[in-house]
Ligand binder design. Sequence first.
Ligand code: HPA
Length: 233
Amino acid sequence: MTIHIGAKPGDIAETVLMPGDPKRAKWVAQTFLDNPVLVNDVRGMLGFTGTWNGNRVTIHGSGMGMPSLSIYANELIRDYGAKTLIRIGSCGSMQSHVGLRDVILAQTASSVGTPSSSLFREMNFAPCADWALLSKAAQAADSSGTRYHVGGIYSSDTFYDERSDLTEQLTRHGTLAVEMETAELYTVAARHNARALTVLTVSDHLITGEELDSYAREQSFADMVEIALRAAF
Ligand code: HPA
């Protein structure tokens, strides 16, 4: 047990998929895993371990934002021996050619700062995805016929962003989409020699203002989970 995770030693698989929302973790476990078992519910942050195609996998919520994800990623890796962490989540498109329901494989993530930033003093660390996971996810997306993009994203600290000038610069520099967790996930994984990848579906569009309805959200979430699982094994 750790401060934030009630699982017993051995309850967590080496591969962990991390949606932001704990109820999504439950839905993914019930929809995709054989014999899912609840291994954590501290503070309502649900984690389940089961198997997918015979491979042991844990689905564990991260919460919203980098400070929350950082707590779970640190404890999963350092205390439970997780070796592969794949974030599955939603994002807002920042490019006109990136549409609703498209999948994004995050090669890197810009940020104003992460919970790890102070470690680097004046340095800007460049967080990056694990190449083997990224290339396998691209193959999985190719073979499923899903529209997808590989590139940089923006891990923001604010959902209700007052700094439109900042977003405009990132858009101008080709940033595909905004979410709130990946820069810290990649940094924590790098620090502890673990592998990490973020797979996202576009749930809203910053330029057009469009949003997915709840049915489309669930369907596109399922496509993304399949890609993440196929990347992992
Ligand atoms: N901003 C930040 N995070 C997000 C968004 C957004 O528009 N959509 C989904 N996650």
